[in-house]
Ligand binder design. Structure first.
Ligand SMILES: [Zn+2]
Length: 333
């Protein structure tokens, strides 16, 4: 790789708004509070993300999602979220020389300056709130800065993308939740949300929203990707969508290469300009990724690919993380 490209990638703020690595820290679906042997500090042969590989990949900001697995829903969701948070904070404390919890735009700048990973605590599945805005406020105090309202199924906030038959959007509680998330400064994440739910959120949210790990449905026809109309609405709202590396969301035959992922970026940039696209790998939550993107250490290949497609340095910096940083400043302060 060209030295200049590597330098551009190294200097840019690189943000990844979704991974499921926290599940590796706990026994997946085991219901166990015991931490597994997977430590963020060690370089692993399996999986996609650990601190050495994030460093190699030049990733500065990593969202860590507490994904609430269906077996815990609905009535053990909050307890499960707490177990995952505990595993997250145990790792943050054990690796304080290499990473820090980030809850503000300033934290991200501080982490970058100190050469540490800025770790953002997120939730994937609003079941964790168990229908209580008080829990939301406590989550904010704990440092949660982004919540995916649903996973694929329906919950008391909204219908997920897998429950589209009912054509349902936000519930009354869901609408109240958006208002309180806006007030507190927690990102509203519409990935996995049903289409009617997406439109409800766009109408109600007074803050820019994110689709932390969703691609373009025009490029790859999958329900988890956004239509052109949705992308235009997200752009109008000032939001950003993170490109998901999951093979089935990148290319319909499930065998994508890096170029196929870049096609999504090209399409979104053509549609709404370069200010509304970012990265949301979904690493450690997906089986296959584009062939070249084997783990977090391969992130510079995206910068290389964008350079080869003629993107300016300025636009590449926006796509790698500048766009997300604009939203963090606005929503988190
Ligand atoms: Zn997901």
């Amino acid at each position: 790789m060209d030295k200049k490209v590597r330098q551009l990638h190294q200097e840019a703020l690189v943000v990844d708004t979704h991974c499921d690595t926290l599940l590796r820290l706990l026994g997946r679906s085991s219901g166990s509070q015991e931490q597994s042997a997977y430590r963020l500090r060690d370089r692993h042969a399996e999986g996609h993300i650990d601190l050495p590989r994030l460093k190699e990949g030049g990733v500065d900001v990593q969202f860590f999602a507490a994904y609430i697995e269906p077996i815990y829903k609905p009535d053990r969701s909050l307890k499960r979220a707490m177990q995952i948070f505990d595993a997250f904070f145990t790792e943050v404390d054990a690796n304080s020389d290499l990473m820090m919890l980030a809850t503000s735009a300033q934290d991200i700048l501080t982490a970058k300056e100190q050469g540490k990973l800025a770790a953002v605590l997120a939730i994937e599945g609003g079941e964790a709130l168990e229908g209580d805005l008080g829990v939301l406020r406590l989550f904010h105090r704990l440092g949660v800065r982004s919540i995916g309202l649903t996973w694929n199924e329906r919950n008391n906030i909204a219908d997920g993308v897998g429950d589209s038959r009912s054509k349902g959007g936000l519930s009354v509680f869901g609408a109240d939740l958006i208002k309180e998330m806006n007030r507190l400064g927690i990102l509203v994440d519409v990935s996995h949300l049903s289409d009617p739910g997406f439109w409800d959120v766009v109408e109600l949210s007074t803050q820019p929203i994110i689709a932390s790990h969703s691609n373009s449905r025009a490029v790859c026809n999958h329900r988890r990707n956004l239509t052109d109309d949705q992308i235009k609405a997200l752009a109008k709202n000032g939001g950003v969508m993170g490109m998901n590396f999951a093979a089935a969301f990148v290319k319909e035959d499930g065998k994508p290469k890096l170029d196929d992922l870049l096609n999504h970026i090209d399409h979104i940039v053509e549609l709404v300009g370069p200010e509304h696209v970012g990265l949301g790998s979904d690493f450690d939550g997906i089986g296959a990724a584009p062939e070249e993107l084997t783990d977090a250490s391969t992130m510079p290949l995206i910068t290389d690919g964008l350079c080869k497609r003629g993107y300016s340095d300025e636009h590449i910096r926006l796509i790698l993380g500048g766009n997300y940083f604009r939203v963090f400043k606005e929503v988190w302060g």
